[in-house]
Write a protein that binds this ligand. Sequence first.
Ligand code: AMP
Length: 248
Amino acid sequence: MKILVPVKRVIDYNVKPRVKADGTGVDLANVKMSMNPFDEIAVEEAIRLKEAGKAEEIIAISVGPTKAQETLRTALAMGADRAILVETDAEVEPLAVAKILKAIVAEENPGLVILGKQAIDDDSNQTGQMLAALLGRPQGTFASKVEIDGDSVAVTREVDGGLETVKLSLPAIVTTDLRLNEPRYASLPNIMKAKKKQLDVKSPADYGVDITPRLKTLKVSEPPVRSAGIKVADVDALVAKLKEMGVA
Ligand code: AMP
């Protein structure tokens, strides 16, 4: 079985995003970029399935600029076998990414596509669900456990107030939640080896997908600055203050 793992290059999760002065978006100039954290978890899960003998090949895919090659090399250094960059400098919305992935699924015929549950830049949480809908395949989203058993996969999902386990027949789409696993770090020898692994560069047009945006960002603004707190002497003063503020 092949596993496809879409990985997005996003602003690093440790970076505090700054909004551009003209309010048109987040300033990405000279900002550290990394693999979307949920996608690292997806790569790790695919590797564990391969190590357990449940998969033969892992293909990492990214839709993005030339620099997304670095993200793909990271996936290759972790343990993916080969990679495909669908190169574009445009911002690509989840539906267009899902359509590109659908075309790659038609070529590669994977048993599983494991995506992150959301990209931490757009927070859309849409691509996996859209891909499943476009393909008419079962989906197990927000996975905290993935177990392949013959021609089906059991996915334990993080839902409000507990866990739900669904059984999907393969081929299927899975999206990862934080608790699924702890991704490994790539070792130096593996980083060196990854440089020689196959990385094909394609364009959205190669897959016949029009990536023209359907959404227009009207304005991006910083969250309101928190006002300073106050100190009270004791519990009585706290209660009095809360009453004065109308919250007790
Ligand atoms: P989103 O729907 O944008 O929150 O993204 C959910 C998941 O879809 C991500 O965690 C990735 O696995 C995948 N994905 C979204 N955009 C891209 C992209 N440009 N390239 C590769 N994978 C992507």
